[in-house]
Write a protein that binds this ligand. Structure first.
Ligand code: NAD
Ligand code: 89V
Length: 340
């Protein structure tokens, strides 16, 4: 399978490592408006075909899928370009600047019959997969309450300076992952109540959000995210999970410790991610999930099946983001049915 990459920035390097590890994939072309990024990534991964224009890269063609790793403002135009050229596309999160854009992108891909996957990788993290496996095993019974929590004081702005400038910050950038994990574990949600705060005076958007979700399954969940939380031990980028269920409980805590308590007793084990040869702490949890979602894409593309985080699926995660901002702004609960 031949692939091409658009956007050779901070995060794309992980994606290129992931592709290099997959024997069935060869990345044959890369594109970035910035010539410096183009040569850094092109040299590191020995890709000769380098473009500053995505249009020129698609015109030359010769690849089976495109991996779009630019920031959100360009996602719609680039996905639509891929669709026009009939090239299956992966698009980084956040899906698009607005829900209307995201819906238009899904519609364009579906009308043309072109696979579209959103690179929503957090549900592919080893500890999150371990939590899902416990739920699916029935060991703790039917969940009725859950919490997905990401609280940190890590400086994300040095690697991703654009995060400090956007009017929207933590829900759109990080909460989007946590909301997707909540959907992955507890199913789709129909109502959202949210509160936000900006604690760091040097950024434009909110850096704390507390969200309450009503899931169709009957689960009530809390999704709370913060980049203003100064802890004695920095947990970045770990997601903590708490689940109360009919027969027991589950806790995923610091250092990937998973405690499962049920009628047969209490089991504690570590569900730490693998440190891949190219990965670096503390990012290795995220980096491994990149490799896993890419494997999933290749398998589904080869089988002609929709990926789990397809554009269509991710509209429901993205709608939760929109609903959270609306709820926080209005001080009201927002019904997801009004958005989707
Ligand atoms: P970045 O700014 O470092 O890189 C983006 C690159 O895209 C830049 O080099 C820029 O020149 C290039 N670019 C932008 N528009 C272009 C266009 N139209 N044509 C060609 N090149 C273009 O950003 P980043 O931090 O790497 O983030 C990229 C995306 O990845 C964002 O959407 C971000 O939210 C996402 N991200 C995802 C994860 C994750 O775990 N899934 C982690 C970090 C970032
Ligand atoms: O995963 C992400 O999307 C990143 C980070 C973890 C830094 O928030 O932007």
């Amino acid at each position: 399978m031949k692939g091409a990459l658009i956007g050779c920035g901070f995060f794309a390097v992980n994606q290129m490592h992931g592709w290099r590890d997959l024997p069935e994939v060869e990345m044959v072309a890369i594109c970035d408006r910035d010539p410096e990024r183009l040569s850094i990534v092109g040299d590191e991964f020995a890709v000769d075909r380098r473009y500053q224009s995505a249009e020129a890269m698609f015109f030359d063609g010769g690849f089976d899928f495109v991996d779009i790793a630019t920031t959100v403002g360009s996602h719609r135009a680039l996905v639509e370009l891929a669709v026009r050229h009939k090239v299956p596309a992966i698009c980084q999160k956040p899906f698009a600047p607005t829900l209307e854009d995201a819906k238009a992108m899904v519609a364009a891909a579906e009308v043309a019959g072109i696979p579209l996957m959103i690179h929503e990788n957090f549900r592919w993290q080893t500890p999150i997969l371990a939590v899902k496996a416990v739920l699916d095993s029935g060991a703790i019974g039917e969940p009725f309450w859950g919490r997905v929590s990401f609280r940190s004081g890590f400086d994300v702005f040095s690697g991703q300076p654009y995060l400090a400038r956007g009017k929207r910050f933590i829900i759109e950038d990080l909460g989007i992952h946590s909301l997707d994990i909540a959907r992955f574990l507890f199913g789709d949600a129909s109502r959202m109540t949210a509160r936000t705060r900006r604690i760091n005076p040097d950024i434009a958007g909110e850096d704390v959000a507390t969200m309450l979700l009503d899931h169709d399954s009957g689960v009530t969940s809390i999704v709370d995210v913060s980049y203003a939380t100064k802890l004695p031990e920095e947990p970045f980028p770990e997601t903590f999970v708490e689940i109360d269920a009919s027969r027991g409980t589950l806790r995923l805590g610091k250092d990937y410790r998973l405690t499962v308590h049920g009628p047969d007793g209490t089991r504690e084990n570590r569900v730490a991610p693998t440190l891949l040869p190219w990965a670096s702490r503390p990012w290795h949890n995220i980096q491994e999930s990149v490799a896993l979602i890419q494997k999933h894409w290749v398998e589904r593309l080869a089988a002609g099946r929709e990926p789990d985080t397809s554009g269509r699926d991710n509209l429901k995660t993205f709608a939760l983001v929109e609903a959270a901002y609306l709820s926080a702004e209005r001080g009201e609960t927002v019904d997801l049915g009004d958005l989707l």
